[in-house]
Design a binder for this molecule. Sequence first.
Ligand code: CMP
Length: 139
Amino acid sequence: MAGTRTFTMIKPEAVAAGHAGKIIDMLISNGFRIVALKYTRLSHKEAGTFYEVHKERPFYGELVDYMASGPIYAAILEKENAMEDFRKLIGATDPANAAEGTIRKNFAESKAKNAVHGSDSDENAALEGAFFFSSREQF
Ligand code: CMP
């Protein structure tokens, strides 16, 4: 079912601030079905591997430190046109540019601490989902 699944993480600062429940509620009320959900914490090594695609970026070290700094929620979501619709729901990477009503507008602190991750392609969504979940954990 190409194009119907995407992957997200609720990032450490949003979890620490107590926003996870409200964010999960926003996903569900916007039509995303939860296929898999896990409360977990990335080791520094795992965060580095997950974000390896950004290795050459100047913010890579900061990003990896931050993503390993506390527990997160990881989830696979399902909806028609999931990847694009989810990126609309989360808003721009920098919350200063995020549209009203988006998750990042409501909950993100900064471009780095931006509350949620959203996959940028169906291929990456599949890889990122498989990073966290076995097929037995997907329903
Ligand atoms: P995410 O959707 O998880 O994908 C890559 C992440 O890198 C992004 O969200 C931000 O958290 C982070 N990021 C992108 N640009 C910057 C930046 N200029 N400075 C710090 N972090 C950034």
